[in-house]
Design a protein around this ligand. Structure first.
Ligand SMILES: [Zn+2]
Length: 164
């Protein structure tokens, strides 16, 4: 006899479906995970989903934990609204901005875009690290305030557009 338990942010529940393996139990836990239950912060953070496999120990008359699997679930920050009329950003990758582009990062990449309307940067990192536990190779999204270079590029673009 065996059972699977899930621990999500300190809250524990039993898997009521009958998964064939701990991998399947983890998939079920991921499907049941409700990211909307968590408040987004300024940067990405992670909630660990931990699945335990217990076997019934007949002799001892109790459950014994035999395996454990962890999956960090990302809670992404909300996109700040744009200053454009419809509030939507127009993400661009102009070559003349040194912070913008695709950069190797660990075994992944950092993709940096800039908004042509407000100069905000958007960073997608496929090799992010969870500062809480040092785990690497995670996906994160971050927004960086406009800087001098992006503001200058933006106003140059606007001027060029109005010159045409
Ligand atoms: Zn914008």
């Amino acid at each position: 006899m065996r059972r699977y338990r899930v621990s999500e942010n300190g809250h524990e529940y039993l898997v009521t479906e009958a998964p064939a393996s701990i991998g399947e139990a983890l998939e079920l836990a991921k499907r049941n995970f409700d990211s909307l239950a968590y408040e987004p912060k300024e940067s990405t953070y992670w909630i660990d989903l931990v699945v335990y496999e217990d076997h019934w120990d007949e002799e001892a008359g109790r459950w014994r934990q035999v395996a454990e699997a962890v999956c960090p679930m990302a809670i992404f920050p909300l996109e700040p609204p744009c200053t454009s009329r419809d509030g939507l950003h127009w993400w661009c990758t102009p070559r003349e901005l040194p912070r913008v582009g695709t950069f190797p990062h660990g075994d992944g990449f950092r993709f940096v875009d800039v908004c042509a309307y407000c100069g905000l940067y958007k960073v997608i990192d496929t090799w992010a690290t969870n500062p809480e536990d040092g785990r690497e190779g995670l996906l994160s999204v971050e927004f960086m305030e406009p800087d001098e270079a992006s503001v200058e590029w933006m106003s140059r673009r606007k001027k060029e557009a109005s010159d045409v």
